[in-house]
Design a protein around this ligand. Structure first.
Ligand SMILES: [Zn+2]
Length: 319
């Protein structure tokens, strides 16, 4: 299947002004309001080629936004990968050695293994540990509707509803290949109150992804009490006042690839709703992969069809 061509409409911002930061770790800055309140963390470039998040943080910095209460930490995550971003080959700068967003469990972070991404994750870990609320900004391969990835816990879904956009909220448990930052430690613990969201703001390089990323970030900061609506309005975009009916997709399973020969039977882009139960989706070394129920939603089919990775996730609308 041919690789779809997307024009690179977004310009990667210069983040050098944010390198020094103020906490002793490059590309991390903490603003302390001096007033008691939650510690809020917003992260971009978890994947080095997902530049909409860097644009959103750059706008926040340039506007001089400061938290009304609590603390606000802004971090650019996989800067090593971002540095290699080349609009002629935008796909290759996702990571340097491995996926930064599959490393977030204690044994991996505490272990002996070394990589560019693990070094960075270990440096950022204290800020993730300190955060009461996390928004991690991403984008997607295909130009489908934005998705808020809320994990499996009710409090994350409730926060996604308070943010109010995008229309689609996904309840999901992540990937077999490793834990995401949004699921790390207390963020995935039913007994904690710490809450994380991950926004997939749209196609990686379409200009709309930067608008969605910015508006979701601002509405998140308002929802957790860091900003007021008036604070945020000067850099708000087209979705800032939108109030769509939000729907929830519950992810029931991830199709994890078991061979080096996985292929989809169609050019799926994501959010297709397939019926009836038993519809053929793909073949994993000849083994047929079929939908487990009627009205099965395909979520973010991957083009990196390697053994051990997620080919696609399957879910259904529950609200
Ligand atoms: Zn991503």
């Amino acid at each position: 299947m041919a690789e779809p061509k997307y024009a690179v409409e977004l310009t990667p911002p210069d983040i050098e002004p944010y390198r020094a930061g103020n906490v002793g770790v490059d590309y991390v800055t903490t603003f302390d309001s001096g007033v008691s309140g939650p510690h809020v963390l917003v992260t971009a470039l978890t994947h080095g080629n997902e530049i909409c998040g860097a644009i959103a943080l750059d706008r926040l910095y340039r506007a001089g936004m400061r938290p009304r209460r609590g603390m606000l930490t802004l971090a650019f995550d996989n800067v090593a990968a971002y540095r290699s971003f080349d609009p002629r080959y935008p796909v290759v700068s996702r990571f340097v050695d491995e996926d930064f967003n599959r490393l977030w469990d204690e044994p991996t972070l505490d272990g002996q293994r070394q990589s560019t991404e693990l070094t960075r994750a270990r440096a950022l870990r204290p800020f993730v540990d300190a955060a009461d609320f996390l928004l991690d900004i991403h984008s997607m391969q295909y130009a489908t509707a934005p998705l808020m990835l809320a994990g499996t816990l009710d409090r994350s879904v409730a926060l996604a509803r308070r943010v109010g956009i995008p229309e689609l909220i996904m309840r999901d448990a992540g990937h077999a290949a490793g834990k995401r930052m949004r699921d790390y430690g207390p963020f995935g613990d039913r007994a904690s109150t710490k809450t994380a969201l991950l926004i997939e703001a749209g196609q990686h390089w379409q200009s709309r992804a930067a608008e969605v990323a910015t508006d979701v970030m601002l509405r998140f900061l308002i929802a957790v009490g860091a900003l007021t609506r008036d604070d945020a309005a000067p850099i708000a975009g087209p979705d800032f006042d939108a109030h769509p009916r939000q729907r929830i997709i519950e992810v029931t399973e991830a199709v994890t690839i078991t061979s080096n020969k996985f292929e989809f039977v169609d050019d799926f882009r994501g959010l297709e709703v397939l019926s009836p139960k038993g519809t053929l989706i793909g073949r994993d070394n000849g083994r047929e992969v079929r939908t487990p129920y009627d009205d099965c939603v395909l979520i973010m089919p991957s083009r990196r069809l390697a053994k051990g990775h997620t080919a696609v996730r399957l879910g259904r609308f529950v609200a």
